[in-house]
Design a protein around this ligand. Structure first.
Ligand code: HEC
Length: 185
């Protein structure tokens, strides 16, 4: 029996090597190309779900469609936050945008449908001069960080904990308040 398990272990290692190690482990650590482009974190749906926004809009433009946003963070970073109220270096966040729709048996209200794109945020003080970096993904497999004015500034000015909008994440807000890292914004 023991031998069989060892054989399985060796075979699975060999398999991983043949297939090439996945650049996107569900553990949720950011992976970069040699030119500092972030690889799309495809397995974010296996991370911790923080909350959803519905038709949240921060600009003057009116939207011509309804939309949901869903926010995810890797389990390891979430665990650190629960213990300290702060995000560890390397923390990564995904905001997923989905179209809202009506139909089937529902008579009122809206549910989520097509993926419109994802926004990604990474905290990494060694890699990025502004400490937090922002990326967009549609069909692209890798992305360069957006200019500061595009995303960074709003997160800097309005987010409740470091660069994250914990004011909208009901399970994290009391944690940050407990550790004194929460700013009312
Ligand atoms: C005008 C303000 C504003 C700008 C500009 C902005 N964001 Fe955000 N962002 C928010 C708000 C508010 C939330 C809260 C979650 C939501 O919308 O549901 C958020 C949430 C996020 C999250 C989830 C983690 C967190 O920080 O709370 C990510 C990832 C993110 N934004 C990425 C981006 C990217 C990438 C860009 C640039 C393309 C961007 N954001 C531009 C306001 C902004």
């Amino acid at each position: 029996m023991k031998k069989a398990w060892i054989a399985v272990a060796i075979l699975s290692c060999a398999g991983l090597t043949l297939l090439g190690a996945s650049p996107d482990p569900p553990s949720g650590k950011a992976v970069y190309t040699p030119s500092n482009e972030l690889l799309r974190p495809d397995k974010y749906r296996e991370w911790i779900y923080l909350s959803s926004g519905m038709d949240m809009s921060y600009g003057p433009m009116a939207m011509d469609h309804h939309m949901f946003t869903n926010v995810f963070v890797p389990r390891w970073a979430h665990q650190e936050f629960l213990k300290t109220g702060r995000w560890p270096q390397g923390s990564m966040f995904v905001v997923e945008e989905r179209l809202a729709s009506t139909g089937s048996i529902n008579k009122s209200g809206q549910f989520q449908t097509e993926l419109m794109g994802i926004g990604v945020e990474v905290k990494d003080e060694k890699r990025f001069p502004e400490h937090w970096a922002y990326f967009n993904f549609g069909n692209n497999k890798s992305a360069t960080a957006n200019p500061k004015a595009g995303c960074w500034q709003c997160h800097e000015d309005h987010a409740a904990v470091e660069h994250t909008f914990v004011q909208f994440y009901p399970t994290l807000k009391p944690i940050a308040q407990k550790y004194g890292t929460y700013r009312d914004r």
